[in-house]
Design a protein around this ligand. Structure first.
Ligand code: CA
Ligand code: CA
Ligand code: CA
Length: 489
């Protein structure tokens, strides 16, 4: 059965595309894999059910096929920032982490072979040259199986390799220095900070410390996307560009100062995340000294998954706040800090239905019964409300289920890792044996680390010959089913 379903999904992929493409230039429905290097814009994708995409086949063919998913990428970001220089052949796909690379390689194996080259290429359902393109790439049953239901796909990005006409600060930040962005739409602004020119008058023949370069690393690779469980390494290149020096045994302190969002916070809100000291004889006139400091993000309670942060690195920074020029007078004090080094800390989420208890397993046809539903949230606390859907089907036939209730559990309710709800469910008006399914995050809108625990089911039999009319409960109106009890353990 499973093999047959895979075959069907695969054929649908084949039949839903046009095969004409140019010989010399890449067809704008193909996306090649290529390594991303920093400061090129990237776009993250979202895994959705193919049938949840309005108005289209969404790249997996049959709109009635409820088993296929698609990865959605907002490729219009590239067009907007590249302006008239935009070239869809400059869009590439890349796994930004090892897990992403594995998922991408597995996913690629499910793509049809091109007859000319016997090469497997990533096909998108929409042409990349459109102005408002959201690219959908099929994620059929085989891809789901190969990638453990999409594990790692949140680390597969599209990136743009062409010249950029305009570059602005993030539209998500108002520039007031209090930006706290929950969900960045792209990695456009992630990357290292740079040194700033001096703005104060020179005091001659003093040392002049600057941070010539600062970068972030994970496992020895420069990067700006981390998981909460990662170790983040901060590198700074301290340089003395002045005519003077400090004593050999004296030490100059460099601090990494953390803010929320894309822009530095008011300096009173800065958090010193790390620092290092450098001996004077390592930064004599013209010399530089590079140091790397690593921190475990798990140990930093102020780092919350699902958010963007930035680090400003400052030389001769004895105090986190009110530094007053630090320990040493320099030719310039105004050039000691870098611009913002922006990075994202990704959350890892897993939701599961932990139990379903029905008030009656054998109600009369047409009755309203109560279902008590337990939902768990493990790994990181969710940064969005978690949708839950309740389905019924005849005799456990998942493919012919219908939805009877849906609701959300707020992220606040799930902070403690578990929430429970009692829902009123109107059972079918006909007599028969049914299965009641409850699924958390049923459309995969929040990428999860594990997808095989999201649904549970219970058996339900309707009895009787003359079904009573469902009685509205207090607060119920228009036939809507409402929650009557909610609590968090
Ligand atoms: Ca300086
Ligand atoms: Ca100073
Ligand atoms: Ca799950």
């Amino acid at each position: 059965m499973f093999t047959k379903m895979i075959g069907i999904a695969f054929l649908l992929v084949l039949s839903s595309f046009q095969y004409a493409f140019a010989e010399t230039e890449r067809n704008s429905q193909f996306i090649d894999q290529s390594a991303w290097y920093n400061e090129k814009p990237i776009v993250f994708g979202t895994l959705k059910w193919a049938t949840s995409i309005p108005g289209g086949t969404a790249g997996c063919g049959d709109p009635n096929d409820t088993n296929d998913k698609v990865m959605m990428y907002d490729a219009s970001v590239f067009r907007r920032i590249a302006g008239s220089a935009y070239n869809p052949n400059k869009i590439y796909i890349y796994g930004v982490t090892a897990l992403g690379n594995v998922a991408l390689a597995a996913w690629r194996q499910t793509m049809p072979k091109e007859s000319s080259s016997q090469e497997r290429k990533i096909r998108a359902s929409d042409t990349l040259s459109d102005w408002k393109t959201t690219v959908a790439i099929c994620f059929g049953l085989r891809a789901q199986a190969y990638t453990m239901n999409g594990q790692g796909m949140s680390d597969v990005v599209l990136w743009y390799d062409g010249p950029i006409e305009t570059r602005t600060s993030s539209p998500l930040d108002d520039g007031t220095g209090t930006g706290d962005v929950m969900t960045p739409v792209s990695g456009l602004s992630y990357g290292p900070g740079t040194s700033l020119p001096a703005t104060d008058p020179i005091i001659a023949n003093k040392p002049d410390f600057i941070i010539d370069r600062n970068r972030l690393f994970k496992d020895g690779t420069e990067q700006y996307v981390f998981g909460k469980s990662d170790t983040m390494c901060m590198e700074a290149k301290l340089k003395n560009i002045g005519q003077g020096k400090i004593d050999n045994d004296d030490r100059v302190r460099t601090r990494f100062l953390l803010s929320k969002g894309y822009k530095e916070d008011p300096h009173g809100d800065w958090i010193g995340i790390a620092s290092f000291d450098t001996r004077g004889d390592h930064v004599e006139q013209g010399e530089s000294h590079t140091e790397t400091v690593c921190v475990s993000l798990v140990d930093k309670p102020y780092i919350v998954p699902g958010r963007v942060y930035n680090i400003v690195t400052c030389a001769d920074r004895t105090e986190i706040n009110n530094n007053d020029g630090g320990a040493y007078q320099e030719e310039h004090e105004s050039n000691n800090c870098t611009t913002e080094m922006v990075f994202e800390v990704r959350g890892s989420y897993n939701f599961a239905i932990t139990g379903i208890a029905l008030s009656h397993n054998q109600p009369n046809a047409g009755d309203v019964i109560q279902a008590t539903i337990g939902v768990s949230s493990t790994v990181d606390a969710p940064n969005a409300d978690v949708p839950v859907s309740v389905f019924l089907s005849l005799n456990g036939d998942w493919n012919n289920r219908w939805i009877v209730d849906s609701f959300s559990i707020s992220q606040q309710e799930l902070q403690g890792g578990y929430a429970s709800r009692v829902r009123n469910i109107a059972v079918p008006g006909s007599i028969g044996e049914f299965t009641l399914w409850v699924c958390a995050n049923p459309n995969g809108e929040i990428p999860e680390t594990y997808g095989n625990d999201n649904c549970q089911s219970v058996w339900l039999e309707t009895l009787g010959t003359s079904p009573p009319q469902p009685q509205p409960l207090p607060g119920e109106s228009g036939g809507a089913i409402i929650s009557i009890i909610q609590f968090v353990l």
